[in-house]
Design a protein around this ligand. Structure first.
Ligand code: SF4
Ligand code: SF4
Ligand code: FES
Length: 248
């Protein structure tokens, strides 16, 4: 009945699928390893459904982040069959897609806290470093309650405000892997550009100068892994090029 409601085929042989999931628990003394689960996916549309099925019916110790289950919070970012993605927006692979087994790993080149949960502390510190809040140099006029924007000024933020800070792009970027201490990575550079492009902010010049440097924005070599992986369809590589163009 459920498969009819969801409008998809459901055959028992195709529904039972194999998932190899990264397991690591710093408290059990075991090395990180892949654990194989055979899961009945007849009620699973997205990969997050599969992980919940494993946790609820196979192994309650499996640990992963999730909240909104609709691509808004960014917490279920992970690497599935070699691609960084959001588990809640990634469909379960089927035989007809040529996918026999699915490998689920944490985001690459991040410290793992447990299973699929990575340490986002440095990423958030880098985000904080760009001061992602509006700053002005002038006071509001008498009676003014808000700093207003025209529709055209607001439109300049399109392609940036949609970023959910999932870190799929940063963790797919080779430059970020090797230069994590200094290179902010595509997500943070895109967020910095959002502040630079916002007509309500008076610190565009200072914000730009803060990004200048061979070990900062200069570490981007326009490989575009970031734009290829963004689950929200954003193009951070293009924004980085625009910042570079403005810096001259
Ligand atoms: S640009 Fe895309 S991939 Fe990168 S953090 Fe934002 S939403 Fe995630
Ligand atoms: S375009 Fe720049 S930021 Fe994006 S993956 Fe390549 S090096 Fe990293
Ligand atoms: S659970 Fe929120 S983006 Fe996937």
């Amino acid at each position: 009945m459920l498969s009819r409601v969801l409008g998809r085929k459901c055959s028992t042989s195709n529904a039972l699928r194999s998932f190899q999931v990264y397991r690591y628990n710093p408290q059990d003394g075991k090395s990180p390893h892949l654990q194989d689960y055979k899961v009945d996916t007849s009620n699973c549309v997205m990969m997050l459904d599969v992980l919940l099925e494993i946790k609820n019916k196979h192994d309650s110790s499996l640990t992963f982040r999730r909240s909104c289950r609709e691509g808004v919070c960014g917490s279920c970012a992970m690497n599935i069959n070699g691609k960084n993605c959001l588990a809640c927006l990634t469909k379960v692979g089927r035989d007809e897609d040529g996918i026999a087994s699915t490998v689920v790993l944490p985001l690459p080149h991040m410290f793992v806290i447990k299973d699929l949960v990575v340490d986002m502390t440095h990423f958030y510190q880098q985000y904080k470093s760009i001061e992602p809040w509006l700053k002005t140099k002038h006071q509001k006029e008498d009676g003014q309650r808000e700093f207003l924007q025209s529709k055209e000024e607001r439109a300049k933020l399109d392609g940036m405000w949609e970023c959910i800070l999932c870190a799929c792009c940063n963790t797919s970027c080779p430059s970020y892997w090797w230069n994590t201490p200094t290179f902010p990575g595509p997500a943070i550079l895109l967020q910095a550009y959002k502040m630079i492009a916002d007509s309500r902010d008076d610190f565009a010049k200072e914000r730009m100068e803060a990004l200048r440097g061979e070990m900062k924005i200069g570490r981007c070599h326009t490989i575009r892994n970031c734009s290829n992986t963004c689950p929200k369809g954003l193009n951070p590589a293009e924004k980085i090029l625009q910042i570079k163009g403005m810096l001259g």
